[in-house]
Design a protein around this ligand. Sequence first.
Ligand code: 4AD
Ligand code: MG
Length: 431
Amino acid sequence: MRDAEIRELPGLIGEQVRVSGWLYNARSSGKLRFLVVRDGSGYLQSVVFRPGVEERVWEDAGRVTQESSLHVAGTVKAEPRAPGGVELQVGELAIEQLCPDYPITPKEHGPDFLLNHRHLWLRSKRQHAIMRVRDELTFGIRDFFHSRHYVNIDSPILTPAACEGTSTLFETDYFGEKAYLSQSGQLYLEPAAAAHGKVYCFGPTFRAEKSKTRRHLMEFWMVEPEVAWLRFDGLLDLAEEFVSSLVARVLDRCRQEFEWLERDMARLEAAAARPYPRIDYGDAVEKLKTKGFAVAFGDDFGGDEETALADEAGKPIMITRYPAAIKAFYMEPDANDPARALAVDMIAPDGYGEIIGGSERISSPEKLEQRIAEHNLPLAAFQWYLDVRRYGGFPHSGFGMGIERVVSWLCGLTHLREAIPYPRMINRLYP
Ligand code: 4AD
Ligand code: MG
């Protein structure tokens, strides 16, 4: 008898094993009791046959309740109709703790109830599948960069100044001084690009946006590559290669999870292949006008506009060269039209909105200093950032991708709150 994880059982047919986990569900039929046990690695149909076990085992199989912790032991049998293609013929059953009143039952619960029980909701099959997809995605991200010789440089979370604009900062007290939770690691990454060439950071990001949309969280995870000598067109190629290869990887490795999520994988397959359409901002405005949107050149796009543009393509699109006035201070102006920034947003199809924002960065110290002044940012706080331009300035570009936006899109979720283990939203800081 050996201890085994459920995921290993297809390779252990005919062997005696013990599995420890929690009761997912149970049903009875005459002399048979079927206990579906989950251990985090999978789901196992465990069959208790009354004439084959001691009476105590039969009785325990009858009284064990949803989410009770337990151990089942027996023989692994091939069973094509069972999840995973195997089942356990139970000989022994030991209840670790009986759980008589698990709050989340198979009936429908409202989102507030589920979010209040997020610590338990994580055990549900759908939530389990989403976290698996998230794990595959984040591992794939690190693999993508590591295998291409990028160096991971973690940016600080506590920062003295803004990066993406001052309106959405969480402020905290830092021994009598003001500090802010990071809203992007980018500024700290740019100096590291001069040290290592190709770098990325990957960490939590905080935005105190009072937006209550299904696309916004107060705390989310962002991965940000930054590359020395990379110009705008190369940045578009990088973003496209990055996202398409991640989609292909997750599609390949998370088939089971997508089945559990009932995700239409055909809708993702187009996104696993390059190229992605690239649309100039000006052309996007014209296209939106023909679709009846009241947009003018200079406007930022909202969710509806983004959806209209990306849905036509059926795969992510890249909108390029936005008006500089609606983008961040550090973006390099287009040499052919300085009112435009060398900025890109990648928009996912099916209403998932912006998944990537990026740009070429201003590399001239004078131009950057002017932008800092125009944006009313405190020049003193940006001296170190200006040094990147003063001591061996170089063209460079990068982008940021929001993990929860991508997980939502991949999993077909209706709200970002399910894409992160513990969502932080305007009215939610518990649990
Ligand atoms: O477009 P953003 O604001 O870009 C930056 O922060 C740049 N400094 C990145 C860079 O160039 N290194 O944010 C990047 C991405 C968005 O495209 C979106 O996917 C995600 O971060 N994001 C959010 N995700 C969840 N909740 C929010 N409130 C988000 N705000 C941005
Ligand atoms: Mg953006």
